[in-house]
Design a protein around this ligand. Sequence first.
Ligand code: LHQ
Length: 259
Amino acid sequence: NIEFVIEDGVAILTFNRPDSLNSFNAEMHAEVREALKEVKKNAEVRALVITGNGRGFCAGQDLSDRNVAPTAEAPNLGESIEKNYNPMIRTIRALEMPVICAVNGVAAGAGANIALACDIVFAARSAKFIQAFCKIGLIPDSGGTWTLPNMVGQARAMALSMLGDRVSAEQAEQWGMIWKAVDDEDVKNVAIETAKQLATQPTKGLALIKRAIHASATNTMDEQLDLERDLQTIAGRTEDYREGVAAFMAKRQPEFKGR
Ligand code: LHQ
């Protein structure tokens, strides 16, 4: 249900259920969980790319394995969120390396919000972002009620969540939901090349940048100044900081180790 490879310091996780637009069943959840575990513990990995095979990126939960017959017991969706979606989103957000998303096609429901949880998002020009949840009586999950208003403001977040309108890649770029819309045929390569380049950079420093930017959404300016002081203290003790300054002064290319 997924493909997972590691090359040149980059882990590439590809959703691989193209017939159902890479929607999540239980097996795919388990495989993604294992892959993310490997990313976390393998010291060689210094960036992660998430993408999908076929014409979709991910259509969220696989709705075909839901028993919604009138006689069926009411499901507990919170359990599935607690077991599957929330740990995945929390892991992506906490990974101490850049997570690059290549949205190769439609991203709907949880699929849209997995993309929005990543650090740098490229989307194919033909891709669409759809908060599809409202169409089946649900609310945006996988962090969407947090990421979306933070990125696009409450007016747009509310309307997108209630109407379930399709947002094009270019609109998503203009609204600050993603980094860049790129030509369809380039999206995976651009994401992988960006990740490979980032995998040669000061990984620890990048992880600290990630922490600081995330914290800014809920911190005051004053709290953020304190956090910057603390994180810069950590950054200043890394080998890569020494190497960066030494290379700059010697007018040579730095060789970062990621620590
Ligand atoms: C699918 C799906 C799908 C199964 C396309 N499942 N087959 C969390 C916790 C617990 C439970 C509930 O949910 C959640 C989080 C969620 O993610 S809820 C939201 C679930 N996702 C959706 O509601 C999106 C459903 N999909 C769509 O609205 C459309 O498929 C989109 C707009 C994504 C794409 O439309 P089209 O380009 O017209 O493609 P299509 O609809 O023809 O889909 C292609 C095939 O993929 C089709 O199968 P078929 O056998 O007819 O070729 C679809 O049935 C299948 N598929 N999404 N989520």
